[in-house]
Write a protein that binds this ligand. Structure first.
Ligand SMILES: Cc1cc2nc3c(=O)[nH]c(=O)nc-3n(C[C@H](O)[C@H](O)[C@H](O)COP(=O)(O)O)c2cc1C
Length: 224
């Protein structure tokens, strides 16, 4: 198979929300992790602490996360309120929800349908692997979180380059205590988000959506 160009990798990457159950070969997973390891970081701290969960351990964690979500037993390390978005940011967030739920055939008033769609997050969208991105709590954590973002993007692009797919998931960070307890991780490490990943289910309607980007003039200002 011909190697994808950087141009194609960037444009092929998208958030995948339905995976095949097929596992990634171990050597390919190591290649993806070696790519992600090349990410830049503030002062070269390389602060990402990555926990990859697969198999039975992942299934058990899924059940615990669904139970915690149903009981609304939240334990996020970092706050998140969707109501904080405003203006153009709110519009973009709203557009993503609309296009996704419309693709699934879930209407706005269908509270149960939306709840079930949300629970798919905790089933890792059927992905056979999930990476939890932990970080050592450091100062106000803003710079470390930026480094984790750098790592995540390299990881996601490498997945695409290898014919794989992933989806970053803030909601997996809503139950940080559950994840820490299940994986035996010290409280010194804070959970920013997770990435479910594997082979994309090309027949799934959830994977037909593509989020457009604004023209660069919306985000970039030139000065001279
Ligand atoms: C840090 C981060 C957290 C995200 N959290 C979730 C999530 O919890 N659940 C989900 O389905 N998608 C999540 N997404 C995916 C975004 O909705 C997606 O990146 C955005 O709509 C743009 O679409 P694209 O990734 O397909 O280009 C997250 C993305 C990022 C970068």
């Amino acid at each position: 198979m011909e190697k994808k160009t950087f141009y194609d990798v960037l444009r092929d990457r998208h958030s995948c929300r339905a995976f095949l159950s097929r596992e990634i070969p171990a050597d390919m997973l190591i290649q993806v992790l070696e790519d992600a390891q090349l990410s830049p970081s503030n002062c070269n701290t390389q602060p990402w602490n990555v926990h990859i969960v697969s198999g039975l351990k992942q299934q058990e964690l899924s059940e615990k996360l669904i139970a915690a979500a149903e009981q609304e037993c939240f334990s996020p390390d970092f706050s998140f309120d969707i109501g904080d978005f405003h203006g153009r940011y709110k519009e973009r967030q709203f557009a993503q929800g609309k296009i996704y739920y419309e693709a699934l055939g879930v209407v706005r008033e269908d509270t149960e349908g939306r709840k079930q769609a949300n629970i798919l997050n905790y089933r890792f969208y059927n992905a056979p692997h999930v990476a939890f991105l932990f970080m050592p709590s450091t100062g106000d954590n803003v710079r470390i979180a930026g480094d984790i973002g750098m790592y995540a993007q390299t990881f996601l692009l490498s997945l695409t380059d290898h014919g794989l797919a992933g989806v970053p998931q803030t909601v997996l960070g809503f139950f940080a205590d559950v994840v820490r307890e299940h994986l035996g991780i010290s409280d010194d490490f804070k959970l920013l988000f997770g990435i479910s990943f594997g082979y994309e289910d090309g027949d799934a309607v959830a994977n037909t959506i593509r989020m457009e980007r604004d023209a660069i003039g919306e985000n970039v200002t030139f000065h001279q």
